[in-house]
Design a protein around this ligand. Structure first.
Ligand code: ASP
Length: 596
């Protein structure tokens, strides 16, 4: 037996017990004729005392950092207690020990605050995983997983695995493809999600399915994405939108209770997609703070806008050229911003990522007066009504942007987040959940000059709008029975009620520009299955990595994945992707012909 106890469990009540521990050497401290060794395992750290005899032996077989050590001894009370360690009242007076394995000097210190940079830690991820902050994240991930599974199990969901080697039907993201040796010249794709399988399972009668499952999307890796990521993927038959929302509201509440000890009372906020865009400029608003967008169309009438434009040109603030939208946010408590600060904000909105031509501000001073660089163009009552419209209070700073509708909304949304960040309103220990629903069914893809499914092609339109599928001019107005769950400004889950009739699915595919032949080639299996008693169904998938990261108070999903890829999609530990042997190419009957 390698050990009787872990390094995290012995307490003063265990005094006098003879125990054997096994773990990694964290530190060795010599004091004259005795030595102390901190022994670490997954559960904690226990201090080992090597008295004079043992110390002699230790001198003959010196220990290094991260050596694997087994030590037997008696639990004794420490004279010098360490209240910051759960085991800090005791130590093990070692009577025998054995080095189970040596360790090379680790490339960085295995401590909470390590000296290892990101690249080094990723290269030696197996060592990084020994560190407490990383270990805690991995344990949190498991706890979230368990909470979700327990809940779903209680609700009669069963976990069913679906294949990873499937057919390539790219829609949305790019597929990862895998050549088939047994079918030369043919390729599998890795699933972007188990979407069609879970729908087939509904047709098979497994009316509540879930799977904690890897999904693969060959996307350019924008900030904090992974080419392989994990979903809690779920589907329910005989379910309407309301049933799905309630079921998964229950799941997320249970996760919060189990993981954070937070009881979320009442229903989760619900916002239509249109309202989310109108009030927050995006469809995953962070509701930990208010700062809603206010449209100021009436105040900046077109006549006034021209006036505005001239002055703004002169003063170098901004050019409001044919502004489709004039919008504002009201930032609490910032009326005393200096000229330097407002200038800096102006530069901020002018950055290419934001793309505005300028910024106008109105300071709502604490004495009730209003001050703006453009105030000479407005009588006081006009400025007042502007402040009223923005629901500004004394001490607030109103920030106004204008320009093309979509760009301006996006910029206001970014500015809202930026100001909240600066004001410390995006607290990692505060959580604000909401549902967004009534998404548009389609979105126009400029690149391909056609409509694409906003969620995916299996999402059902609102029943009362089905007839609009025959009128392409109306596509932009069709709403879907689709919903997202949003947490602190992140989409953590998304799903929809599905199409379950062949005819409607064909119509949907056709609307997306797929002719009959393509439909049959790509989705013949699903269309066929719909003819054999497909029940109404719907579902959702949660982004498990992101959910864990937010619950863990982190921005980065990588911290919550045991073996993540870097921003270039590489596993730097394995050095993957990599070339393969000529023999492998031969077997696959593939010849590389790389274009530069
Ligand atoms: N399969 C969908 C996705 O990955 C989620 C769903 O509709 O259930 O986004």
């Amino acid at each position: 037996m390698y050990r009787t106890n872990t390094c995290g469990e012995l307490r003063i009540i265990d005094k006098e017990k003879k125990v054997t521990l096994a773990g990694w050497v964290q530190t060795v401290r010599k004091f004259g004729s005795i030595s102390f060794v901190d022994l670490r395992d997954r559960y904690g750290i226990t201090q080992l005392l090597f008295g004079e005899d043992m110390n002699q032996q230790l001198a003959e077989t010196p220990l290094g950092r991260e050596y694997v050590l087994q030590a037997t001894g008696t639990v004794t009370e420490r004279s010098n207690k360490n209240p910051s360690l759960p085991t800090g009242d005791i130590e093990i007076n070692v009577s025998s020990f054995k080095i189970l394995n040596r360790s090379a000097v680790p490339p960085f210190t295995i401590q909470d605050d390590t000296d290892g940079g990101d690249d080094l830690r990723m290269k030696y991820r197996f060592l990084d995983l020994r560190r407490n902050p990383v270990k805690n994240n991995i344990e949190l991930r498991y706890a979230v997983n368990r909470a979700a599974r327990n809940y779903l199990h209680r609700q009669n969901f069963i976990e069913i695995e679906t294949p990873f080697l499937i057919k390539s039907t790219p829609e949305g993201a790019r597929d990862f493809v895998v050549p088939s040796r047994m079918n030369p010249g043919q390729f599998y794709a890795l699933p972007q999600s188990p979407q069609t399988f879970k729908q087939l399972l509904m047709i098979s009668g497994y009316d509540r399915y879930y799977q904690v499952v890897k999904c693969f999307r060959d996307e350019d890796l924008r900030a904090d994405r992974q080419p392989e990521f994990t979903q809690i993927d779920c589907e329910m038959a005989f379910a309407e939108q309301e049933d799905v929302l309630q079921m998964f509201e229950g799941m997320i509440k249970e996760i919060f209770k189990k993981i954070k000890g937070i009881k979320i009372k009442g229903k989760i906020t619900r916002l239509t997609w249109e309202d989310a865009i109108r009030y927050y400029g995006n469809d995953k608003p962070d509701l930990r703070f208010d700062m809603k967008l206010t449209e100021l169309k009436t105040i900046f009438s077109s006549k006034k806008r021209n006036l505005f434009k001239k002055e703004i040109n002169e003063s170098g603030f901004a050019v409001i050229k044919d502004a489709e939208l004039v919008g504002a946010i009201c930032v609490p408590g910032c009326s005393e911003y200096s000229r330097k600060q407002t200038d800096e904000l102006t530069e901020w909105v002018k950055r290419p990522q934001i793309g505005m031509t300028g910024l106008i501000y109105v300071k709502c001073n604490t004495d009730g007066t209003l001050k703006s660089p453009v105030d000479k163009f407005f009588d006081e009552s006009k400025l007042k009504s502007l402040a009223e419209k923005c629901k500004a209070k004394p001490g607030d700073l109103i920030l106004i942007l204008a320009g093309k509708e979509e760009l301006t909304r996006k910029a206001l949304s970014e500015l809202r987040l930026e100001m909240a960040e600066r004001l410390g309103l995006r607290k990692p220990d505060e959580f604000k959940l909401l549902w967004i629903f009534d998404f548009p069914l389609f979105e126009f893809n400029e690149e391909d000059n056609r409509y694409v499914a906003r969620h995916h092609p299996f999402t059902s339109p609102k029943p009362e709008q089905i007839h609009l599928l025959d009128q392409p001019s109306q596509y932009a107005n069709i709403k879907a029975n689709a919903y997202d769950m949003v947490l602190n400004g992140n989409e953590i889950g998304g799903g929809s009620i599905r199409i379950y009739q062949r005819e409607l699915q064909e119509k949907m595919f056709a609307a997306l520009g797929m002719d009959k032949e393509e439909q049959q080639h790509k989705f013949g299996f699903l269309l066929g299955a719909f003819e054999y008693g497909a029940p109404p169904h719907g579902g959702i998938a949660f982004g498990f990595d992101r959910l864990c990261a937010i619950l863990g108070g982190s921005e980065s999903i990588r911290d919550f994945i045991a073996f993540p890829k870097n921003n270039a999609g590489r596993d730097v530990m394995l050095d993957a992707p990599s070339t393969i042997d000529d023999k492998q190419f031969d077997e696959l009957q593939i010849k590389l012909n790389l274009k530069n």
